[in-house]
Design a protein around this ligand. Structure first.
Ligand SMILES: [Zn+2]
Ligand SMILES: [Zn+2]
Length: 342
């Protein structure tokens, strides 16, 4: 099978083609796994964190990609959820132990044995992959394969982030950074919380224009002051300046949720601008969001089909994965980038 393979971590400033096109054997499903023939895989900022070593894969070579849509090609001996030909999705959560206190309480995203698709196990930048059947999802017919792909990470993690802000209908929400996940949050909020105004902070003019087109009440640069104070803010940027600048716009008791698996250190000095009275006093909170649970994924897919939320897509062939990743790095973004395979 064709696969775009990462052989080692590298600096994307020096190496523009981190992934190599290779011909690999089709994987064989174990007894509780299914083999999926992949038709689409979303491109996520987390792949940049893996390639550049901020959340390095434990072994090389590895196939990245964790927003995977395809059809079941073969089923393991002890599976019973799917038959060949079923359309399924695979998300960032590849497996969790199922037995620890976190797993038993529905917090499998925090499990110590958490395994991530496309990092700890081979993912979707390829023609085939295997996955435990309990960690695959049925995809509603309303979505095409490429439309469904970004729902599986950008959408699901956006859903989790929105939930963690504790926002209620009518309260003001801020989004700092406006990529794949944030644009889906905006679409979700406009349907779920019709009384909520969304304020978008983005460095790029293109992202600000896009946010206003999708119904944001206001869009400004990262360090601007929003015209109204905000009850909750979701940060999806790789940097620190947006965090500090967002905190000044929070209402008393408001919460900032950081939806990023890792932050880059480039502007870490900016944290010295943090002042207690302006940014934290009055019970302001900062919370990170880690991974997703299977419930986040399946609840979000269901909601997205009901509304419906159809993501804005930029398509690339599998062989152009490097180009898609570089554009993401350079923040040339409009919606969600998806590899269309086969
Ligand atoms: Zn992702
Ligand atoms: Zn566990």
């Amino acid at each position: 099978m064709k696969a775009m393979v990462l052989n080692d971590i590298c600096d994307l400033k020096e190496k523009k083609n981190p992934l190599q096109l290779e011909d690999l054997p089709i994987p064989v499903p174990e007894e509780k796994e299914i083999l999926v023939k992949i038709s689409a895989c979303g491109v996520c900022h987390t792949e940049l964190d893996e390639i550049e070593g901020r959340t390095p894969p434990p072994k090389f070579p590895v196939i990245l990609g964790h927003q995977v849509v395809g059809t079941v090609k073969e089923i393991g001996r002890k599976t019973n959820r799917y038959k060949t030909g079923d359309r399924v999705g695979i998300a960032w959560i590849y497996s969790a132990c199922g037995e620890c206190a976190f797993c038993r309480d529905g917090n499998e995203n925090l499990c110590e044995a958490f395994k991530a698709t496309g990092r700890d196990a081979d993912g979707g930048y390829a023609e085939y992959m295997t996955v435990p059947e309990d960690f695959a999802y049925k995809i509603p017919g309303i979505f095409s394969d490429v439309q469904a792909a970004p729902l599986l990470c950008a959408g699901a993690i956006g859903y989790r982030s929105l939930r963690l802000t504790n926002i209620k209908d009518g309260q003001n929400l801020g989004l700092t950074g406006f990529g794949a996940s944030a644009h889906l949050v905006l679409k979700m909020v406009r349907h779920k919380y019709s009384g909520t105004k969304v304020f978008v902070f983005a460095r790029s003019e293109r992202e600000r224009v896009f946010a206003l087109e999708l119904g944001a009440a206001w869009a400004g640069d990262t360090d601007e002051t929003s015209p109204e104070k905000l009850d909750g803010i979701i940060d999806t940027t790789p940097a620190w300046k947006p965090v500090v600048e967002a905190l000044k716009n929070l209402k008393p008791g408001g919460r900032l949720v950081i939806n990023a698996i890792r932050k880059e250190d480039r502007d870490k000095d900016y944290l010295l601008n943090l002042t207690y009275p302006e940014h934290l006093w009055m019970e302001k909170e900062i919370k990170s969001v880690a991974n997703v649970t299977r419930n986040d994924v399946s609840e979000f897919i269901k909601l997205a089909a009901e509304i419906p939320i159809l993501p804005e897509i930029e398509e690339y062939p599998l062989e152009a994965a490097n180009e898609a990743l570089l554009e993401l790095k350079e923040r040339k973004i409009r919606g969600a980038k998806v590899l269309k395979i086969a």
